[in-house]
Design a protein around this ligand. Structure first.
Ligand SMILES: [Zn+2]
Ligand SMILES: [Zn+2]
Length: 140
């Protein structure tokens, strides 16, 4: 299966192949900045399945709440956040909104809810974790 996506202005285009590992909403403070205040809706994919087919995203290097180095990719023209690559994890996350078709990308879990402001909606029927899920691959 192939999914395509890109930024708001169209300068960056990408595609991924294969199945998603999962979807989620991250409420960490970095994600709130990137998302403009809301949680960050992401799809989890293995590293190596993403191909940039047009343009060159800019990388913002930072440290995630996990302590790992994280490269956050965004379009240098329009600023759309695109994906994040934790250096030491076997996976990366792609913003749900970066995909052309977002219909099936609803979050299956909420993470870092300990950082969520009281007005973030966290539905009671989904798993919610204070930080990362315990079995998460990046958890030491
Ligand atoms: Zn753009
Ligand atoms: Zn986050």
């Amino acid at each position: 299966m192939e999914r395509t996506g890109g930024c708001a202005c169209g300068a960056i285009r990408f595609c991924i192949t294969g199945e998603l590992l999962g979807t989620g909403a991250c409420h960490c403070s970095d994600c709130q900045k990137m998302a403009g205040g809301g949680p960050n809706y992401v799809a989890l994919v293995p590293k190596g399945v993403l191909a940039v087919t047009q343009g060159e995203p800019k990388l913002y290097q930072t440290k995630g709440d996990s302590g790992d180095d994280v490269a956050r990719a965004f379009c240098p023209e329009c600023g759309t956040p695109l994906w994040s690559i934790p250096r030491h994890a076997p996976f990366m996350t792609i913003k749900a909104g970066a995909f052309d078709d977002t219909q099936d990308l609803g979050p299956r879990m909420h993470i870092y809810v300990s950082s969520a402001p009281p007005w973030h909606a966290i539905p009671p029927d989904l798993p919610a974790f204070q930080k990362m899920p315990p079995a998460h691959p990046s958890e030491p």
